[in-house]
Design a protein around this ligand. Sequence first.
Ligand code: BLA
Length: 513
Amino acid sequence: TLVGQPIDLNNCDREPIHIPGLIQPYGFLLCLDEQTRQVVMASANTQDLLGVAPEELVGTGLGRLMEAEQLIEVERLWPSITEQGRLLGVRLDRVLNRPFYKLILHRYDDLLWVEGEPVADTTVSALDLPTLNLTLGSLLGAATTLGMCQVAVEQVRALTGFDRVAVYRFTPDDSGEVIAEAVREDLPPWLGMHYPATDIPKQARAMYLKNWLRFIPDASYMPTPLVPARHPMSNRPPDMTYSVLRSVSPIHIQYLHNMGSQATMTISLIEDGRLWGMITCHHQSPRLVSYELRDLCQFLGKTLSALLKTKQQYDELAYRQRIAETQTRLFELVSTQPNFVDGLHRFSPTLLDVFDCGGAAICFEGETIRLGHTPTPTQLADLVDWLREFAPNEEVFHTDSYAQLNPAGRAIRGTASGILAIRLAQAPNEYIFWFRPEQLQTVTWAGRHEKNQTTVDGQIFLSPRQSFEAWKQAVEDTAVPWQPLEIAAARDIRLFISDVRLKIFNELQARAR
Ligand code: BLA
């Protein structure tokens, strides 16, 4: 907690999660002085795990726990150790009757960190090169970003056996959406679910840019303190940003309990130094995944990260091409029809096919033609009246929340929260529209039968479902925004139609002369 101020739901982006002074007790932690290589802090559970009290370890070297040759190996490694963890498979031979521990070493905050993890074997699939090679091939071969994320979640699930593995992608407002998922068949899907920015506070996002993978093998743990609790020199708990065993925020633990998750692993997806999203893994029972396997998943996360940019550029290129091709075919129809309006809706493709949208409409010379899901003709007439007043001089108009501009728009948010409009002529009332529905209507209503509690025993009920409700309120009346390339294409369509009409007009004039 902050000095003198308890952490609650309103200030949780101020919780100093990097210095909890606590670890998850499935392993032990020793912090060594960089110079003397003597233990300055030890986790309180060394008595239980190693049979040596933390007080006994503080002030001594690792020689208390391992044989001389082993110690030499560790000493030899230290100079090359950075903040990124490095696994060392030494047996703590001087510790009798204790399970085999793996040591994970890193250097940070002027300390050498030694974290001991029990040996796990929940390895589901082999960590062999052919598997990795195949996986990389599938990632590269995926046609779209979504397809690539789907490959990744299936692979991570096959490797680790988590009940659920999802890719959670952030949107520019820091909320996010589950865009790919591999999940046990009997569990409700989360695909398409959205969550608000507050589910993952700022300082946590900043930390996840530094540290690629977090792991909670058993969310029902009792945190173990350090002995002594503060670093004697800095007089504060050590900075656990890169620590494997860091105890996580109690608020997040509450969230996990409420979602019925007993074990999680999350891997950062980073594009150009920005947190693009995460691979999140959940399990309904405790699950100890080996360090080696986590490392492999981290490798997959980094690979996915490295490929994101190329794949997204490819997605955009593909959409751009589809728009361009549809436009070309539509322009042909428009220029060969005696009445250009017929060319826009009578054949295939139509206006509706140009963009990802729910509906389209043409309002021309008192006539209204509707395609797909649109407001009624009367509602369209009102929209035209409003638009003429609101944006009398704009040739292209777009909004992702009509209701925010015009309260009457709430009535048509189911079809027309998002509007892209081009004005056809100087004459008023002549427009072409494309419509997008409110986002809420387009998301997958996963898990909608869940009970929708807000408080339990007077406590706020933190859960993905609650979060989803919060997100819904935040995006009410808004549609997926129009992209610059769509707006530019709409402008092209307007110009083309003007040209065609001008040509027709000139021909008529010529004939009249
Ligand atoms: C952390 N919240 C997180 C993390 C995730 C989520 C993935 C990172 C945890 C980790 O890496 O282990 C949220 N998990 C999700 C979401 C999905 C998922 C959205 O699987 C959807 C698929 N959390 C809240 C609220 C607060 C909050 C309201 O919901 C604060 C008011 C806090 N979340 C919170 C904190 C952390 C966190 C403090 C950091 C935990 C830590 O690393 O110590």
